[in-house]
Unconditional design. Structure first.
Length: 115
């Protein structure tokens, strides 16, 4: 499973690992800003795309809008993971599959867990 996160301040891989997510079959990449976001999505081809809303230079909502308006294959799951639920709700309304406060992302049932 390929996971791509756009988040500018929190180490999402560490957050997932500390929450018990098993990374043995996950290829993870995080970008700390949203520069060249469509190119990064195209190059990596994630199964799961994680978007923070408040991220420079392009907010998560705009990254999502740009992705959905492009010819790039849509990831199987798009997770809106802002710390502001209003921002998550806006991304879900636009087309994200899940909206969750970023510090709770490891609780999603989509992740394999360590045994």
């Amino acid at each position: 499973m390929k996971v791509l996160a756009f988040e500018d301040s929190v180490d999402i891989e560490a957050l997932l690992l500390s929450g018990g997510v098993d990374f043995s079959n996950i290829e993870f990449k995080q970008y700390w800003d949203s520069s060249k976001h469509l190119q990064h999505i195209l190059d990596f081809g994630p199964d799961i795309l994680m978007l923070d809303h408040y991220m420079p230079p392009t907010k998560g909502l705009e990254v999502l809008r740009n992705l959905l308006d492009s010819e790039i294959k849509r990831p199987k799951k798009i997770i809106a993971m802002s710390s502001a639920s209003m921002a998550n709700n806006a991304m879900v309304k636009l087309g994200a599959d899940i909206g969750i406060v970023k510090f709770e992302v490891s609780s999603l049932e989509i992740w394999p867990t360590q045994s």
